[in-house]
Design a protein. Structure first.
Length: 261
């Protein structure tokens, strides 16, 4: 049923796109028709697959690094609150900088290879994961913490055995927010300087006024983003079964959940 809904949404979007190109008749170099984009993709599917694989590798590496780094920092801030008073403002300042400002600097430092793109994706993913997980660790039910204080449990035992499991839904929510943002970091890095990847394809095709190729690369990137989000949903679907409010894997956050007796 979910696949049917996604398919209907995609068909509706393409239909509106086709209707807009027919009714408004924009120049093809501004807005190509879906048929022109499909022709551009069908002419060189291996070309798009090759560059898409480069971008996917950068995205997965950045997602892994950003998730681990973000979760580790959030856990460290919860474990050592005084350290968090110094670390968290610096993180907020870093996050406030636009990605387009950081991209040229990272390319200058790390070169035109994959490292600068992975670093961009890591930075973009880091903050949503760290912020969501830190909030989850900080907002543990006070009643539970009061009950734990009546036991011989130490601060670290309470953190690991109580606060950490209860914060896992927040961590997963952060991952689900970060997953669609991961390709943005990689592509922005490729726009600044690269020799491969979907962002590189877009820049080169745009310079040559090959707009159907640009749209085809965008379509491949969109497909990768949706697949990445679905993969995160699948991997995290059973992480916190004890949390009744924990959402199941779905692209639709407003989907009704079954009532529990």
């Amino acid at each position: 049923m979910r696949a049917l809904h996604v398919g209907l949404s995609l068909v509706s979007l393409v239909a509106l796109w086709q209707a807009g190109t027919v009714i408004l008749a924009p120049p093809p170099y501004l807005v190509p028709s879906p048929a022109a984009v499909a022709t551009a993709f069908a002419a060189r599917p291996g070309f798009f697959f090759e560059h898409g694989l480069v971008t996917l590798t950068e995205v997965l590496a950045g997602l892994l690094a950003g998730s681990i780094f973000g979760a580790a920092v959030a856990f460290g801030v919860a474990a050592l609150p005084r350290l968090g008073q110094f670390v968290w403002p610096a993180i907020l300042i870093l996050q406030a900088l636009p990605v387009f400002v950081l991209a040229p600097i990272l390319v200058l430092w790390l070169g035109f290879g994959m490292a600068s793109k992975v670093a961009m994706a890591t930075i973009i993913i880091f903050f949503p994961v760290a912020s969501a997980f830190a909030d989850g660790l900080r907002r543990t039910d006070r009643t539970i913490l009061d009950a734990a204080s009546l036991t011989p449990a130490t601060h670290w035992q309470t953190l690991v055995r109580i606060r950490l499991p209860l914060a896992l839904p927040a961590l997963v929510s952060g991952l689900r927010v970060a997953a669609p943002l991961a390709p943005l970091g990689a592509v922005v890095g490729e726009w600044v300087g690269a020799s491969a990847g979907l962002g590189f394809v877009m820049v080169q095709a745009n310079a040559r006024m090959q707009t159907p190729t640009v749209f085809a690369a965008m379509a491949v990137l969109a497909a990768l983003t949706v697949a990445l989000r679905l993969g995160i949903d699948r991997l995290t679907a059973g992480v916190a079964p004890w949390a009744p409010e924990f959402p199941s894997a779905s692209l639709n956050p407003f989907r009704r959940r079954p009532k529990t007796s």
